[in-house]
Design a protein around this ligand. Sequence first.
Ligand code: NAD
Length: 260
Amino acid sequence: MLKGKTAVVTGSTSGIGFGIAVALAEQGANIMLNGFGEAGAIEALRLGLERDFGVKAAYNGGDLSQADACTALIAEAEAAFGCVDILVNNVGIQHVAPTQDFPAERWDLILAINLSSYFHTMRAALPGMQARGWGRIVNTASVHGLVASTGKAAYVAAKHGVVGLTKVVALENAEADITCNAICPGWVDTPLVQAQIQARATAVGGTVEDGKRALLGEKQPSKRFATPGDIGALVTFLCSPAAHNITGTALPVDGGWTAQ
Ligand code: NAD
C-alpha cells in the first residue's frame, strides 16, 4: 500500500516508534529512523527493516530537543529518499513530580522534545508535501492530551499542546490531500513507563507484575496494555486511502480510560 513512499518516524529506536516503523515498512514504505541508543543495536534494527520488508531504511541520531536537529532530520530524509510523504512525530520523555517540586529544566526539556520538536519537523516537512499534493502526519499524543493526571505538569501540558497543534495543521491543509491526526494511547508497556511500573510495585510492596496490575487497574478499564503494534496498525490505517477524510482528530487507544 505504501510502496515508494518515505516515512520519518521520530523516537523510533524503541517502544511505540519502532512498532510504527515496522508497521509502515510492512506496507512498503522506506523508513528514516531517529532516536538514541547503542550504535550496534540501532544498526541491527535498521538492517532488520531492510531485510524483513525489502525497503530502504536510514538512521538519524539527532537530538530533537534542538530545533536545528529537527530541521536537519527532514532535510536528511529528503536528501536520502527524495521526499517525506509520511511524518510520524512520536519522540517523547516523561518526568513525574508534583508541580511545586518539578525541576524547571525538566519542564523546558519535555516541552522542547514532546511539543516543539513536533512543530519544527512539521514546519520543515509541509512544503514538500504541499508541493506534491499528498501527505500524512500522525502525532503521538497521549490520553494526557485529553485528560490530566497528577505529577505530570510538563507532559500533560505538552500533550494537550500536541492535540491543539494537530488541529491547526489539519485545518491549514484540509483542502490538500494532507491529513494530520493525533493518536492518544493509554498505557503501552515500553521503556518509557518502566519507572512508573517500578514505583507502583514499590508502593504496593509487590513484584513488577503487581506494579503493572496496579497501574492498569487505576485508569485503564480493559486492564490490558496496548502494544506498539496496535499503534502501528492505526498509523497504517491513517495512511491508507480510506482515511483521506480523517483529519484533525485525537484518537484514543486507551482501553476505555477517557470514556470514564
Ligand atoms: P520509549 O522511551 O520506548 O521511546 C522513546 C524514543 O524517543 C526512543 O527511541 C528514544 O531514543 C527517543 N528519544 C528520547 N529523547 C530523544 C531526543 N531528545 N531526541 C531524539 N530521540 C529521543 O517511549 P514510548 O513509550 O515508546 O513513547 C513514545 C511516544 O509515545 C512518546 O511521545 C510518549 O509520550 C507516547 N506515549 C507513550 C505511552 C506509554 O504508555 N508508553 C502512552 C501514551 C503516549
